[in-house]
Design a protein around this ligand. Sequence first.
Ligand code: ATP
Length: 235
Amino acid sequence: MSELLRATGLVSGYGRIEALHGVDVSVDAGQAVTVIGPNGAGKSTLLRTLAGLSRPWRGTVEFDGTDVTRWPAEQRARVGLVFVPEGRHVFAGLTVEENLRLGGYAADRAAAGLDAVYDLFPALVARRRQPAGTLSGGEQQMVAIGRGLMSRPRLLLLDEPSLGLAPQAVRLVTDALVELAVRGTTLVLVEQSASVAFRVAQRGHLMERGELVASGPVGRLSEDPRVVRAYLGGP
Ligand code: ATP
């Protein structure tokens, strides 16, 4: 499989506090990769650095062989490296469909059809003219993912899609992510929930205190004592 994303030696932080201490990670085309770990480990910082929302102090991010380290998020999104924020960041005053259409404008490529998004999230069909701010947390998360898909991403970066959702909504969102992964969508999923992460991804990394301390196929990673410990210490 060909490598689509490669981050090398990422060091980043806030003020004088270093949050990433030299992270290397790569993602092959068609692969679903997860980064799990306890609160404050640096998972979101890593994802935001890959997305271009945070500039690393040192290190590089390459996307499809191009050094994009200094590219802002919008420029990365245009070439298919797309960040999906937590669902509560949808445009509350716009309808579901308006939110989705906005995603289609972010890309250089032709937008995906709305049908493909409604196919993945049938629950949104009846709500297409409803302001997104009136949706449940799970439905808002579906809109956020759907908006990302509208740009026909080559790689989706997902930030804790299960966070704060009711169990039923977690199941729906997870099923959709599994479906995307099975179809061969390349994605990086940052999660605190091991059950979500391990259902969706083929490979995973455990992050602790700004470093990737264990990596491998999710079957093997789920048996790693450090992973078990991280989850016992989780939310
Ligand atoms: P969580 O799941 O709780 O979001 P995380 O693994 O995603 O955790 P990060 O949010 O990346 O971890 O945080 C890594 C470290 O950087 C933590 O010590 C955190 O306190 C710190 N940090 C994160 N965002 C900021 C910020 N905006 N300003 C200052 N420090 C921050």
